[in-house]
Design a protein. Structure first.
Length: 639
């Protein structure tokens, strides 16, 4: 990134004492308020901040060829003393802040010096609802920390991409990814979720700073910014990104990044997976950071800033990403690649969620516009659908190790903060700490249920749903996002169908129609363990059209439309079901979701077995043709 891409202001943030204010009865948050003056602006930015959670036992490891396990082990809770914050800009709607006030960081491009800074130096980002500002400490002035506050200029003439992202999608669909639990689940449920992260930085990050501690603070500041991005209400889910383990590699003896981003991702995913064995700091996702330039596979173009497995966070050797470090803006890259791990697709591709004019969202494939908005409606829907699968709770619960099964939780649930533990004290990250008061945050509350949607199918059995939003009120000033039901479903029917066209073929036919200009023909195939998914693969006739290299062997995974009929096999018998969000949900014989109604031996729904008709006939026949393999014996009317 060139210096000409930034508008830079020199500022001195001022800490303000706001006193104490009660949030709720017997519940308080800890707050810092900073005043950030800006040149050519009448009003400063007032930041209301609360402690960010990085887990109870975050471990930092330094490794080299002589100490392959760890060179130095540090419990971060002993060092940080609550200096990572998330919050909002006062009086700015949809604002977001992620700051560190530890030692800050020093950028070679600004000071040409390296070294420690005094405490209370700020580093992080401020999103005022319209513009992203990045703040870094510069040097010490008269006993206080002077900073630079910069924002990106929009280069409307060139529109050169400032980041570019690739997605790794496996050609084969794993059985495990879509194993569904046929229990009584028929509603969309919002829960608090915690994504436990391993962050690995190579020697290029360490060499950029003069001391390992500054590298530590810098990396954790990035991750605090990522956590703040995932707390933005536009995501539509209550998510905390916490760091449980940080590994800084002093050399390349254990893992070495290469220019090929695909090769680096593959080897890092395998390497980080091995770190989970016999380690108490289990992680859900591995994040690799390097200042190396990454190139696309078999290409000399080296503008790829990140690469991740699509929806791979719950899969072995796929819960990982690689990211190029370019300074504080790297937090957006990490958030973007983590979004892919959580099942988010690119915005703006194939007509999906094109960002508003002259703006960008977190999941755009190339970031070349400002201001940067947060999450699009497509990203919101993608992550909601992903969490509805509950695959992480099922798929990572056991791992074969030493011929024994061990429990490995994923997206684990941490106890809630705010429990009173002593006079004027409460629990925060597992510790009993003094209570301070902040401006009252507003927790989100659900709106009333909307009207029932139209039936998903114009004939036969389908589903319809009611939805509500977290908008009564929307969360503000660090308030919590709504938990609970987001959608609820029921079955509907508009009459019998006359067509026998299979829904699998219909979905793939729609893909063919979208790509007719590329002469691409998609063919459906059935997947037994995921009855509500269809695999659309390129038909052999498409290859004559010379598809691009990354398209050969490509398989697209699509959810069948809600309301499509499906069958559930529980190993003892088959149950009729209906597809909702890609999962086959059980139906009773009365066609109601999760109904316990079953047919008796006479085929009567909820019958008592007294309505059976017994039909018997006598068959006598002398074989005249020994070669005949089938002979009609009788006709039984089943009506």
């Amino acid at each position: 990134l060139s210096a000409e891409s930034w508008i830079v202001e020199h500022i001195i943030p001022i800490e303000r004492n706001e006193g104490q204010r009660q949030r709720r009865a017997l519940k308080f948050d800890v707050v810092k308020t900073y005043e950030v003056p800006r040149e050519n602006e009448k009003e400063p930015l007032l930041l209301d901040l609360e402690y960010s959670q990085f887990g109870k036992n975050v471990v930092i490891e330094q490794r080299n060829r002589y100490h392959p396990t760890f060179l130095h082990l540090l419990n971060i809770s002993q060092e940080t003393n609550n200096c990572y914050y998330v919050g909002t800009v006062r009086h700015h709607e949809n604002s977001l802040v992620g700051l560190s006030t530890c030692y800050g960081l020093v950028s070679n491009s600004t000071t040409h010096k390296k070294g420690f800074l005094q405490k209370e130096a700020c580093a992080g980002f401020i999103h005022d609802g319209v513009v992203d500002y990045f703040i870094e400490p510069l040097h010490i002035v008269n006993g206080s920390s002077e900073h630079i506050l910069y924002r990106m200029k929009d280069s409307k003439q060139t529109r050169l991409p400032l980041w570019s992202c690739d997605i790794k999608v496996d050609d084969k669909l794993s059985n495990k990814r879509f194993v569904s639990n046929h229990s009584r689940v028929k509603r969309s449920l919002n829960k608090q979720r915690y994504i436990e992260s391993l962050v690995v930085a190579d020697s290029s990050i360490l060499n950029h700073f003069d001391h390992p501690k500054i590298a530590h603070w810098y990396i954790l500041t990035l991750m605090n910014m990522v956590n703040a991005i995932y707390k933005h209400p536009s995501l539509g889910s209550a998510v905390e990104v916490v760091v449980v383990r940080l590994i800084v590699l002093h050399d390349e003896s254990q893992f070495k990044a290469v220019a090929d981003s695909y090769d680096t991702l593959k080897r890092f995913c395998i390497w980080q997976e091995k770190l989970k064995i016999n380690n108490t700091s289990h992680h859900d996702v591995g994040i690799f950071l390097s200042r190396m330039n990454f190139c696309r596979k078999n290409s000399t173009r080296c503008s790829t800033l990140g690469l991740a497995h699509m929806a791979g966070i719950c899969m072995e050797n796929q819960s990982c990403s690689v990211n190029q470090d370019l300074g504080l803006i790297t937090a957006h890259t990490i958030a973007h690649e983590l979004g892919h791990n959580l099942g988010m697709y690119h915005d703006g591709e194939k007509g999906r969620c094109e960002p508003p004019h002259d703006s960008a969202t977190i999941m755009v494939p190339e970031y070349n516009r400002v201001p940067l908005l947060m999450w699009s409606n497509c990203s919101r829907d993608n992550v909601s659908d992903f969490f509805e699968y509950e695959v992480c709770g099922q798929l990572m619960c056991r791992r074969y190790l030493n011929k024994q099964y061990h429990c490995i939780p994923a997206l684990s649930y941490l106890p809630a903060d705010g429990t009173i533990c002593d006079n004027n004290k409460w629990c925060m990250s597992g510790k009993c700490v003094p209570i301070s008061e902040i401006p009252i945050p507003i927790d989100g509350s659900w709106s009333s249920w909307g009207a029932w949607s139209s039936c998903s199918h114009t004939c036969g059995l389908g589903v319809e749903y009611q939805a509500r939003t977290c908008s009564n009120p929307s969360p503000d000033a660090g308030g919590k996002y709504c938990l609970g039901l987001r959608k609820r479903y029921r079955t509907c029917s508009l009459g019998p169908c006359t067509s026998s066209f299979h829904q699998d073929d219909l979905e793939c036919e729609q893909m063919t129609a979208k790509e007719l200009k590329n002469v691409t023909i998609w063919k459906a195939s059935f997947y037994e363990n995921a009855p509500c998914m269809v695999l659309c693969s390129l038909s052999s006739s498409s290859y004559s059209a010379t598809p691009s290299t990354d398209e050969v062997g490509r398989i697209e995974r699509l959810k069948l439309r809600d309301g499509t009929s499906c069958m559930i096999n529980n190993q003892t018998r088959l149950f009729k079901g209906i597809c909702i969000s890609g999962i086959c949900k059980k139906l009773g014989c009365d066609n109601q979701l999760d109904s316990t109604a079953v047919e008796d031996q006479c085929g009567v729904c909820n019958g008592n077995g007294t309505d059976c008709r017994y039909i018997s006939k006598i068959f006598q026949h002398t074989y005249k043709n020994a070669n005949s393999s089938m002979t009609k014996t009788a006709y039984i009317d089943c009506n």
